[in-house]
Design a protein around this ligand. Sequence first.
Ligand code: HEM
Length: 474
Amino acid sequence: MFTVPEHVRQTATTLLSTLKPLPLDTPNLPPMLPGGLPFVGHASELRSNPVAMVQRGRDMFGDIFCVRLPGTLGVVMTGHAAQEKYFRFRDDEVSQREAYQLMTPVFGKGIAYDAEPQIMKEQLGFFHGALRESRLRTYTDGFIAESEHFFGQWGQTGEVNMLEVGNEVTLYTSTRCLLGDKMRFKLSKEFSELYADLEGGINVISFFAPYLPLPAMRRRDKARVKMVELIEKIVAERREGPQSHEDILQTLVESSYADGRKLTVDEITGLILTIMFAGHHTSGVTFSWIAVLLAQHPHIFRRLVAEQREILGDRERITYDDLQKMKLLEATIKEALRLYPPIILVMRRVLKAFDFQGKHVPEGSMIIASPAAGQRVPEIFPEPHRFDPDRFMPGREEDKRWPYGHIAFGAGRHRCMGIVFAQLQLRALWSHLLRNFEFDLLDPSYPVDYTNLIVGPRPPCRIRYRRVQQSAGA
Ligand code: HEM
């Protein structure tokens, strides 16, 4: 019997859904943002400058308004009350599954967002073990070793694309934590090439039609098959060898579901990719924004160098406990993430209609929260466009006053599981740089680049570094 290939079926379903009329006659619908094109609605504006679009809607209508997306009514929710409502929904009220279906070809069928909520919960639960404190201490040793190795290869002075630097150094730290120190040197090239092909298949097109038979999607699918083969070899070696390993792969190899079933290699690979996609570029672009912001604000740079000196004295070797004491550096990272969150929008499909501020949001619509716009609301963060790490220091702590204000890591039940990991990694890298280098900007401006799903500064993001005297006491 003739069967329709999966990618054809999926693409046809997506294209047909774009022709479905939107429920625009729903009584009390939030106001509709003017503009948009036939069929695609506001999708093109969402693609070119999503933050300006969200801000335009907020300026016109306040906390809640609608946009037209292909086949879907979008409802944008910004401001503290709206963000609180958004992040407090339960999984039976709103769903991430459909919103993030573009990730299914990469993570795999039945993995993470494609799994039933209970299974996804168990799968994410495996990460809790991999991210516990004792493990974070081990990973931190890796971050420190990588900082010394990677930046040790820099000369006395040089020009770099800081975005490339951020993505490269965090790729090495990620491979160390995921697959172990040995694999960082042995595997990085093969792993990073496959990973690049997987990434190439994730774009705005795949958001609406993840199975279109385009070259990038085919490369993505081939890369996933090869990635499973690669992980399978490592898992087989581990199952034979007596050595113990302190990495995320090992946690997954040793984990089982509540019913006692062990994870398949496909599931292990999918979860490795889930954590890689969640944590790699997000940390890489944040690393590069910190460089830009510190070069633009030398007085903060000087205070951060002084903090290093105060905590470390003349010591060159830093520890996990030292990193915990770097409060101004922690606040600086938080402030970089407030101004430039790498995930600018998060989405959920509405499973149960709800009311908010007298407006009715129907079942089936896609609700959208925006860390990028929501973190620049002046009622939450005064002078919102100013880079001011002190807003998170004792005495002010603006984030504590507004628990749903700083949402770069999301909030509520699906809040990022890698917050501590990301903070430690960025602190380790920047502690090294602050003690060893100074930076100057080379480009007239460093605008935001909205062409990638994880949003960072637009290349080339050129920065000049200059090596300074080695010791913290210098
Ligand atoms: C600066 C770095 C990072 C940023 C800005 C970031 C941001 C986010 C955001 C916004 C979400 C919530 C998405 C939503 O609500 O739809 C999230 C979820 C998640 N993040 Fe991160 N992330 C970062 C680093 C990491 C790292 C390093 C890891 C792992 C080591 C990680 C693992 C996860 C996981 C597993 C989830 C899903 C949680 C759930 O759905 O319950 N993230 N992240």
